[in-house]
Design a protein around this ligand. Structure first.
Ligand SMILES: NC(=O)c1ccc[n+]([C@@H]2O[C@H](COP(=O)([O-])OP(=O)(O)OC[C@H]3O[C@@H](n4cnc5c(N)ncnc54)[C@H](OP(=O)(O)O)[C@@H]3O)[C@@H](O)[C@H]2O)c1
Length: 410
């Protein structure tokens, strides 16, 4: 279990909460809700003699299975402190994809001064207007937003960060801060040509999830996990700024990494069990069932439906041993026997994948594909192939049989 090095902050947290309670609703609602819940949880769970906040909040160093790591929590940044910290800043959100959308709206709801910069008249421009950004006031063409901003949050697509860098770089002048949500552009600088100016802080906040989740968790009073990192620290404040920005854009807690580690783990994970490996395993298992005469519904149920609807949520709740324990003795015996066989078979593939990430092969493929003028159409073609695979066509019918099925969600 985690060992906890606690910091006493109950007095200041309560004072801040009291202040937050009288701020305008748009600026304080999420924080005061969350912080009140945290204090209540702490009071309920704390042993006698330990202050509530010491017991549950302000945690800094945790023991992750034998390795001590520092984590940063939103509870250390009550909303008034956050607003005070950024009172002289303008956060310029460059790009309005899923991350730009989620992060900018969260920062705006936290009462910070945020503007958006995207291509005028493009898809993102229209979406930003739909979300209440006003042309000429809070919505600008990219160059103008950078000129107006003090913290330049480069959330263009990774390929676009590289393509636009020659025009954008001269605008990132001394005193500004350059922010990314991925280590991609600066780590693979030989390929992307993104080399930040020497006189600005360069930091990263990488939410561990889709930008849509960044927004929905925040609206629910919860928060995404993010990593933070510093590439260049000219002010001596780069790390503190990264943590504060992590809070500003909706993180619940943050762990520390480097730009290299962030991009390696991220590219590796999404090609591995988060997306690539899982589609490959599902397909392989399904094909063998079908070749042996199982119907599509049986093959889909035994491959995807049971996994996503029953077993994987148990892993999420309490871990793999808990899921094994919740299954029949027959299932458990077989799974225990076959797990090492799959591990051994897959280990060389994961080694190969990590190397392909580290040596930049994955980056170059991504830049080539996503830099094409036809990338949206090319992607649509590849996704149509997946949509058309028997396994996923069968899945549509299986999902339609769920008692809580809603046709509009297909
Ligand atoms: N999506 C995630 O789950 C996730 C998670 C963590 C980190 N990240 C990182 O966050 C950053 C943003 O990712 P994202 O998924 O939010 O965005 P994205 O969908 O990859 O990029 C969308 C934005 O890039 C703009 N754009 C594309 N090509 C452009 C060009 N040639 N010139 C100017 N603008 C261009 C688009 O504007 P138009 O509408 O005008 O085309 C749009 O605003 C990336 O570094 C990504 O790796 C993403």
């Amino acid at each position: 279990m985690a060992s906890i090095a606690a910091r006493s902050a109950s007095q200041s947290l309560r004072r801040s909460l009291a202040k937050a309670a009288v701020r305008p609703a748009t600026q304080s609602a999420k924080y005061s809700l969350l912080a009140r819940a945290a204090v209540n949880r702490a009071s309920a769970a704390t042993p006698a003699g330990v202050s509530a906040v010491q017991g549950a909040r302000g945690v800094k160093t945790l023991d992750f299975a034998g390795t001590k790591e520092t984590v940063y929590e939103r509870s250390d940044w009550p909303l008034p402190k956050l607003q005070e910290y950024f009172k002289n800043d303008t956060l310029a959100m460059i790009g309005y994809g899923s991350q730009g959308h989620g992060q900018s709206l969260n920062a705006r709801d936290n009462g910070l001064n945020v503007i958006v910069g995207v291509r005028e008249g493009g898809e993102s421009w229209k979406q930003a207007i739909g979300d209440g950004w006003v042309p000429g006031e809070t919505l600008f063409p990219i160059e103008e937003a950078i000129n107006r901003g003090t913290i330049i949050m480069n959330l263009l697509s990774d390929a676009a960060q590289s393509q636009t860098w020659p025009e954008l770089a001269p605008l990132i002048t001394k005193g500004k801060t350059l922010y990314f949500s991925h280590g991609f552009s600066v780590v693979y600088k030989e390929d992307t040509k993104v080399v930040p100016p020497k006189d600005v802080d360069v930091i990263l906040v990488a939410p561990k999830g889709s930008g849509r989740t960044v927004r929905t968790l925040f609206k629910e009073g919860r928060g995404i996990n993010s990593s933070i990192a510093v590439w260049q620290d000219v002010t001596g404040k780069a790390k503190e700024k990264a943590i504060a920005l992590g809070v500003a854009v909706g993180s619940g807690y943050m762990y520390e990494t480097t730009f290299e580690k962030e991009v390696y783990s991220d590219l590796y994970g999404e090609r591995g069990v988060l997306m690539g490996a899982i589609q490959g395993l599902f397909l392989a298992q399904y094909q063998v069932l079908r070749k042996n005469g199982h119907t599509p519904s049986e093959a889909f149920n035994e491959t995807v439906e049971e996994a996503t609807q029953s077993l994987y949520p148990l892993i999420g709740q309490k871990g793999m041993d808990y899921m094994y324990n919740a299954c029949s003795t027959t299932a458990r015996r077989g799974a225990l026997d076959w797990a090492p066989i799959f591990e051994k078979a897959n280990l060389p593939i994961f080694e190969q994948l990590y190397e392909s990430v580290r040596n930049g092969t994955e980056t170059r493929k991504s830049l080539e594909f996503n830099g094409r003028s036809t990338y949206r159409e090319d992607l649509a073609k590849e996704l149509a192939v997946i949509d058309n695979q028997e396994i996923w066509r069968a899945g549509k019918v299986v999902r339609s049989l769920r008692p809580d099925y809603k046709p509009e969600s297909e």
